[in-house]
Design a binder for this molecule. Sequence first.
Ligand SMILES: [Zn+2]
Ligand SMILES: [Zn+2]
Length: 134
Amino acid sequence: MSTPTYSGSCLCGQVRYEVSHITSTSHCHCSMCRKAHGAAFATYASVLKENHVFTAGAALVKTYRSSAQVTRSFCSACGSPLLWHSQGDFAAWVSFPLAALDTPYLPPRQKHIHVASRVPWFPIADDWPQASAD
Ligand SMILES: [Zn+2]
Ligand SMILES: [Zn+2]
C-alpha cells in the first residue's frame, strides 16, 4: 500500500506542496496565529520536515520570524500562510494550514490550543480537548 499524499496550495496557486504522514491537528488561538491568518484561530496540521515538499513556486516563499523560536513562511505573491516552524524541541517538524489542502483530509483527532488568548466573539462549540497554552 502506498502512503496517501495530500496536495496544498496558496491562494494564487503559484506555490504548491505535497505532504504525507500527517500527525496532529491543532486549532491555535494565540494572538500571533490570529494576526497571521486574519481569523479567529489558525488550524495547523503537522508533519516531519521530510514529509513536506514544495512542488512549485518555492522561489516565492518568504519567511518571517514572528518570535525568537518561530518562523512563519508565506507566499510573497498572495500573502497566504504556508508553514509554521519552531526551533527547539519540535525543530524536526513543520506545520501547515490545514485549510490550504486541495486534497480532502479528515483529521482523526483535533484540539484547541492557546485558548486563553481566544477572541470573545467566536465560541468554541465542540468537545475537542482544549489547552490554555500549547
Ligand atoms: Zn500565492
Ligand atoms: Zn498560534
